[in-house]
Write a protein of this length. Structure first.
Ligand SMILES: [Zn+2]
Length: 365
């Protein structure tokens, strides 16, 4: 054994001892730090920015921003069903598959942080319809409507990158409580969140705890205050109401819509989203909060060719700053169909002159 080789071995031995000592010190002496690191890692999926604190220096792939931001998309009436007696929507599902329906808007939904739609028909196998009176008038025209979708149609939402549903609307009980319960189970099994009447949702998105709630017509101020207080108690830092209200086919908000929206904001909501009128309505800023009066139909199986096919996606960007959490809205012009002259149940983004026409219409509301 040469002298040089011996020296190398000795140095290596010393290094191993030193490294072992350093590792032991790290493990034994820095337990609190390790716990912090572990909890930050657990948080990573929902909170990428918080991990910047623990990343090695000089890592080129790190985002430059350290503030918390959450981009949430909202779309309108999503009725994955034709009316009773029609299988038009189901035929398209059989021919095109689940991914087809939201493929025209998936780029928007896949690139936000969370997507919420109003689910206007239950996922259910139930056959007993809720009592809504006669289905047709004396002349055979339909006057009451029942909607339901097969359970597997939840894949439409899943593949379209929808993460949550408002269920507070006038069709979720079309097949009674059995239909509603089956819908809730189907969504839960698919890991899609929901909120309905007194069932609230608090979702942490990129470190911001956002509270969601919904009412369908029954949104009096006392109910609204109670549910907002409940959301705050559950840890919500900012709150969005999704109301189902208004008069079908009208372009101006009703007094009922206004009462609900203003009550929500007076009690602390940062934004109010609405649907039900089947057409889009304008927006309003009220006491520093945002209102979208109606997002209109979205992926809508309830009509195969409505006259007005305009739809709206609203994106709310929440940013945490020193002053608190700000909410900035953005409107995205859409159509309920990608084919003019009919409803192909495939919402599409509007571009060019069609987007301008849409914008002019919203500006004039
Ligand atoms: Zn409705």
């Amino acid at each position: 054994m040469g002298n040089r080789e011996f020296k190398c071995k000795a140095i290596r031995k010393a290094l191993v001892l030193l490294m072992t000592a350093v590792m032991l010190t790290t493990i034994l002496g820095c337990t609190p730090k390790k716990a912090t690191l572990a909890s930050a890692n657990l948080d990573f999926d929902n909170n990428p920015t918080s991990n910047i604190l623990f990343a090695p220096e000089g890592d080129a792939v790190l985002p430059a921003k350290t503030e918390q931001r959450a981009l949430i998309s909202f779309a309108g009436d999503t009725c994955l069903s034709s009316m009773q007696g029609s299988s038009a929507f189901n035929s398209v599902y059989d021919a095109e598959g689940a991914e087809y329906f939201l493929s025209g808007v998936k780029d928007i939904f896949a690139n936000d942080d969370y997507t919420v739609v109003n689910l206007e028909a239950p996922f259910t196998t139930a056959t007993a319809r809720a009592d809504k009176g006669p289905a047709e008038d004396d002349k055979g025209n339909p006057i009451a409507f029942w909607f339901k979708a097969p359970l597997e149609y939840v894949e439409i939402l899943k593949l379209g990158s929808v993460e949550a549903c408002n269920l507070a609307n006038n069709h979720i009980l079309d097949y009674g409580n059995a239909g509603r319960q089956e819908t809730e189970k189907t969504l839960a099994d698919a890991e899609i969140d929901f909120f309905i009447w007194n069932t609230t949702l608090v979702k942490e998105v990129n470190g911001i705890k956002i509270g969601f709630f919904g009412f369908s017509f029954d949104s009096d101020a006392a109910n609204i205050k109670q549910i907002i207080d409940q959301l705050k108690a559950e840890g919500a830092e900012t709150i969005v109401a999704y109301f189902h209200d208004g008069i079908e086919g009208t372009y101006q908000p009703s007094s009922s819509q206004k009462n609900a929206a203003y009550a929500a904001i007076d009690n602390g909501a940062a934004a109010v989203i609405m649907s039900h009128p089947h057409v889009i309505q304008g927006t309003e800023e009220y006491n520093g909060a945002f209102i979208a009066w109606s997002l209109g139909n979205f992926c809508y199986g309830g009509h195969n060719n409505p006259n007005d096919k305009d739809s709206m996606i609203v994106q709310l960007e929440f940013v945490r700053s020193a002053e608190g959490i700000t909410c900035t809205p953005k409107l995205i012009p859409c159509s309920i169909t990608s084919t003019s002259g009919t409803n192909d149940y495939r919402p599409q983004l509007l571009e060019g002159t069609e987007a301008q026409r849409w914008q002019d219409k919203v500006d004039a509301m």
